[in-house]
Ligand binder design. Sequence first.
Ligand code: 5RP
Length: 224
Amino acid sequence: MTQDELKRAVSQAALRHVPRGEIIGVGTGSTVNFFIDVLATIKDEIPAAVSSSARSTERLRAHGFDVVDLNQVDRIPVYVDGADEIDAAGAMIKGGGGALTREKIIAEVADRFVCIVDASKLVQVLGRFPLPVEVVPMARELVRRQLVALGADVQLRAGYLTDNGNEILDAHGLSITSPRELERTINQIPGVVTVGLFARRGADVALIGEAEGVSERTFAQPAI
Ligand code: 5RP
C-alpha cells in the first residue's frame, strides 16, 4: 500500500469512532485531509465541526460542513487528528504542520482523542522528529537559548507564521525519555505559546495503518 492508501485506510477506520449527531473536533495535516474527505460521506449526520486550522476549516467548508468556534461548544465527544510521532503510551509529537496550539486546545476539550497514523509514526522514544515549539516572536531568542540548554539543536521555521501570528522553533536532536516532564518544563519558559509534546493529554486511541490493515491501540490517560 502507498502512504496515501494507508492514510485513507486509517481515515475510513476512524469513522467507526465518530458519534453520529455530535459535534466533531478535526485536526490538521495530510492524514486529516483524507479523514475530512471520508467524513464528508456522513456529513448529514454531523451537525458541526470544530477545526484546528484555517486549512482544515477551508476543506471542511468546501465539503459543506458547518464549522463553529470552540467557544460556542460545551463538549466535543471525539477529536480526530494525526501525529508526527506516537509512542507506546500514546504520547505524541505534533505540530509538523504548524497547528499545534489549536490542536492542543481542542484536544483538551475533547472527551476522546483518536490519533490516525501510518506505522512509520510509531516510535520507542519520541524525538527523532524535531519538536515544534510555538513562540511569541519577541521571545524567540530567549526560548531558543533555553531549548539549547536542554540539549536541542534549534532551528527557526523560516518564513512561517502560525494561524495565531507566532513563530515556530523546531528543536532537533532531543531524546525524549520523560515526555510529560519535558512538556511541563518547556511550557514554563516565558514566551512559549505551546510545545508540540502531547503527553499530559495524549491519545486515547491510535489507529495505525500498516500493509496488513489497520490496527487499533488504546491508551489509559495518566492522572494529571
Ligand atoms: C499538524 C500536525 C499533524 O497532525 C502532524 O504534522 C501529522 O501530519 P501528517 O498527517 O501530514 O503526517 O500536528 O500540526
